[in-house]
Write a new protein. Structure first.
Length: 509
């Protein structure tokens, strides 16, 4: 293990966890894990889905209690029984989904449960002044009397961080804080984190974005299957080695997994499946042209808000186009509803699988057969035997990790939920599959498997519209790339033109 833990001195250590174990029914989520956080450092906690990251965070922040091991904070043993107790000790967490009250003001959210009183009444003037002062510490100037939900997700996360700082947090846990932010918002967040680090805070940073992990972190701790793989200095661990440690493969295997999938097959003529001419909707996306061919991945690249998802929603009929037309196999069709799109062989995996794709309380089997059953109509029921056969086929084909097809899908990891949504659409045998952020929030191993699956589907003749905020994925997996900026198509790239630098220049204008 390439660890720097042996160089630690007691005064530099803020939080020390040793031999942490945590069991859930049938699963050992943490198996003797060690973790050390220093004052004034940003420490990335890394691993695949199911590695134990979330469980370790829950133990440290009082969401669940450990079964074994010890945790020292400022040199003293702690065992928080709930999050409020961890916060009183100085450990606070900010999650991907901001857990604040959207209709209350910014100031109210910062002081929720701790409102200062004057003559027995809430001192609103003091609350607003202190809230504004706390946000200025984060280089943020907003009207703190406005409802929280009137601001962007980025500002809402800053408010959550401000709340943690006001309760004197000395250890701050950030769980996937950048998943819904654009590049400028990420830059502002990182500037704030560096400022807090300089003030002596210890920050635990959890993210699937490896570029960001390397840009902001001083050290990494890697977990796999509930066990500690090692602790490393970020400057001394090459990216391929990090991925290899996370997924348990050697660096050469990782390099092969990362190879470009989108290279066009030699001498292959692809027939146009969908021709989009001047399709647009006011306030959504300006009229644009697209050509989508059988056996090809067409990538959509652009910043958050550039019109990528809006384009996907138009093509699947969730939003109705106000102008333009769509031809399938040379015939004009009306894709004015998801039912119509499905009937014409178009499938759609949306960006937010938790709210727009999975039905959490239904079983894995029920989630997989959903699109096929919808295409047949509810009067032509798929028999129980057929459902079980379909589910077993796709669980095996996609390597979905589950003990039982009847298990509620909400209990699967993010990567396995994503595979289940892909299975849903593959079962309906679409000719075009629209994938909006299919690898967001899942680990590098599951990402590689999904990218490999995309290449295999193309080889069998399926058309893919691939949307990803990770430009390296777009470069790696696309045969052609359409770049969007400010909800307009600005260019189209093919073959050797598909380079990261070229796409970035097009996005920048």
């Amino acid at each position: 293990m390439n660890s720097s833990a042996g160089n630690l001195t007691a005064p530099a250590t803020l939080l020390s966890a040793r031999g942490i174990t945590k069991n859930f029914p049938g699963v050992r989520a943490l198996d003797g894990v060690d973790f050390t956080l220093r004052r004034g450092e940003i420490h990335a906690l890394l691993g695949e889905n199911g590695a134990g990251k979330s469980t370790l965070i829950k133990v440290l922040t009082g969401v669940c209690r450990r079964d074994g091991g010890e945790v020292l904070f400022d040199g003293r043993p702690i065992d928080p029984r709930w999050p409020a107790e961890a916060q009183r000790l100085g450990i606070s967490a900010v999650y991907q989904e901001v857990n604040l009250i959207p209709f209350s003001s910014v100031a109210e959210n910062i002081f929720l449960g701790r409102q200062p009183l004057k003559f027995g009444r809430i001192d609103w003037k003091q609350i607003n002044l202190r809230a504004a002062e706390t946000l200025r510490r984060l280089d943020l100037e907003v009207d703190v009397t406005q409802p929280l939900n009137s601001f962007s997700i980025a500002i809402q996360q800053m408010v959550a961080i401000a709340r943690a700082l006001d309760i004197d947090a000395r250890a701050l846990v950030l769980d996937e804080p950048t998943s819904s932010l654009d590049a400028n918002e990420v830059g502002h967040l990182f500037a704030v984190l560096r400022k807090l680090k300089a003030q002596g805070l210890g920050i635990i940073f959890v993210s699937h974005f490896l570029d960001q992990v390397y840009a902001i972190s001083d050290r990494f701790t890697v977990l796999r299957n509930g066990k500690l793989v090692g602790e490393y200095e970020s400057a001394k661990l090459p990216r391929l080695e990090l991925i290899a440690k996370m997924i348990g493969k050697d660096p050469q295997a990782v390099e092969e997994m990362s190879a470009r999938h989108g290279a066009p097959p030699v001498g292959t003529e692809r027939k146009t499946f969908m021709q989009v001419n001047g399709l647009g909707r006011r306030g959504s996306v300006a009229p644009l042209d697209l050509t989508i061919r059988n056996g090809e991945v067409l990538g959509l690249a652009g910043l958050l808000g550039s019109g990528r998802t809006e384009t996907a929603r138009l093509l699947f009929g969730i939003d109705r186009a106000e102008i333009g037309r769509v031809e399938l196999d040379g015939r004009v069709v009306a894709l004015n509803s998801p039912r119509a799109a499905l009937a014409h062989g178009v499938g759609f995996c949306p960006e937010d699988r938790k709210t727009q794709a999975i039905i959490p309380d239904l079983s894995l089997r029920e989630n997989i057969v959903l699109a096929l059953q919808a295409s047949k109509g509810w009067l032509r029921k798929i028999s129980a035997a057929q459902q079980q056969q379909l589910a077993a086929h796709y669980i095996r084909a996609l390597g979905i990790a589950t003990s039982d097809a009847e298990k509620p899908i909400k209990f699967l990891s993010g990567g396995n939920q994503q595979k289940a949504i892909l299975a849903r659409w593959l079962a309906s045998q679409p000719r075009l599959l629209i994938l909006d952020e299919p690898t967001r929030g899942i680990d590098v191993g599951a990402k590689a498997e999904i990218e490999k699956l995309i290449a295999e589907l193309c080889a069998k003749g399926m058309a893919i519209l691939f949307i990803s905020s990770e430009l390296e994925e777009v470069v790696r997996d696309s045969h052609r790339v359409v770049v969007l900026r400010d909800r307009r198509k600005v260019c189209e790239l093919a073959g050797a033109e598909i380079e990261l630098s070229t796409i970035m220049k097009a996005i920048a204008g």
